[in-house]
Design a protein around this ligand. Structure first.
Ligand SMILES: Cc1ncc(COP(=O)(O)O)c(C=O)c1O
Length: 377
């Protein structure tokens, strides 16, 4: 477990002092331990009632009729595409400013990721550029809710509908985020959430799909369980072992109950950071669009002297990181070369700062008074 400020003995960028403030710190405690102990006592470690309860609770929070738990967000995203029949010869439109597996999940199912540009303020897909990338081979658009702020779901759904392709939400970072008053997770054919330890709620490793399509949900349950229904029986399709364990689900149930409080703390911390950082020359705090509630899984600024700022932060013991190096520049992904001017303009200026639920006032002062102004003084 971590201290209040999330400090651990992990070395900082210089490899000398320990981090005083980690970029992310899971908020785990006695309740989660107790839930895990109950799973131990039950003797049932997989394919049991806890994952089913977690699914039902997660679906309710996100306003969908179905939720299907997976062992990771990446395989959940691949399962959605397999479930929709996407495969060899197909194209799927994705942003480049995202974790690599948004794009690699497309490759996993045999299809080709096609990158579209993003908005400069939210780093989310620009629907106008998405429309330009549609071809007769396009089968889906994956809209990432960058850092916990919903993408332009109405405009993207409109593009998807007119093109006759699926809209998939990559809500890996956006548990509890809303768009025009409704929780994300139910705007397209399906959505994926991730539960790695940097997220606003965690199960250690894990993923969840939400959907309002019971037929797709049934197919996803088969895909994650070797093509079989729970408990065995005939093999209906070539599947995988992509199940979530009961231990992970038990942690997830508790974390879901704590999600609202965690989001409120993050929003408070983000507001304090933005108030403190506004007006610093060469630094742009994150934009929050008025029709959506940002969950601040990431607090990402744009700044001119990123390396200097990172050094100043590290000297104050504060961890920062570039989320994300743009996927289209990764040689393994073979970008077709069409221009992504906004992506390229923001990619070298983005830096994510700690805003997690255990951020304290001292850390905010270190960021605002000590570290960040140092690079522009
Ligand atoms: C935007 C995005 N997509 C996909 C993933 C993949 O999820 P996971 O790490 O659970 O496989 C993550 C997080 O790690 C993510 O942030």
């Amino acid at each position: 477990m971590t201290s209040e400020a999330g400090a651990t003995e992990v070395s900082s960028r210089e490899g000398r002092q320990p981090w005083r403030v980690r970029l992310a710190a899971p908020d785990l405690g006695a309740e989660e331990l107790d839930a895990v102990a109950q799973v131990f006592a039950s003797g049932l470690l997989t394919d049991g009632p806890v994952a089913q309860r977690f699914e039902a609770a997660f679906a309710e929070v996100h306003g969908t009729s179905q939720a299907v738990a997976f062992s990771s967000g990446t395989v959940a995203l691949a399962a959605i595409q397999l479930g929709l029949g996407i495969g060899a010869g197909d194209e799927v439109i994705v942003p480049s400013i995202t974790f690599i597996s948004t794009a690699t999940s497309v490759v996993h199912v045999g299809a080709t990721p096609v990158f579209a540009d993003v908005h400069a303020d939210t780093f989310n897909l620009d629907p106008a550029d998405v429309e330009r990338r549609i071809t007769p081979r396009t089968r889906a658009i994956i809209a990432v809710h960058y850092g916990g702020q919903a993408a332009d779901l109405a405009a993207l759904a409109d593009v998807a509908d007119r093109a006759g392709v699926a809209l998939i939400e990559d809500a890996a970072e956006a548990h509890g985020a809303t768009y025009q008053g409704r929780p994300v997770g139910g705007f397209g054919q399906a959505a994926m959430f991730s539960f790695t330890p940097t997220k606003n709620m965690t199960t250690g490793e894990g993923g969840m799909v939400t959907t309002n399509d019971p037929v797709l949900a049934d197919r996803l349950r088969l895909l994650r369980n070797h093509g079989q229904r729970s408990g065995g029986g005939p093999v209906h399709l070539i599947g995988f072992n992509w199940r979530m364990s009961e231990i992970a689900a038990a942690i997830g149930e508790v974390q879901l109950r704590k999600l609202d409080a965690a989001l409120q703390r993050r929003r408070r911390n983000a507001a304090a950071l933005t108030a403190a950082l506004s007006g610093i020359p060469g630094l742009v705090p994150p934009a929050s669009r008025p029709d959506r509630e940002h969950t601040f899984m990431l607090y990402t600024v744009l700044l001119d002297h990123r390396a200097a700022a990172q050094d100043a932060l590290a000297a104050a013991g504060v961890e920062s990181r570039v989320y994300f190096p743009p996927a289209h520049r990764e040689p393994v992904l073979q970008h077709d070369g069409h221009p992504l001017p906004t992506t390229d303009a923001v990619a070298d200026r983005m830096l994510s700062l700690p805003v997690h639920c255990t951020v304290d006032q001292e850390m905010l002062r270190a960021l605002t008074e000590l570290a960040l102004p140092a690079h522009v003084r």
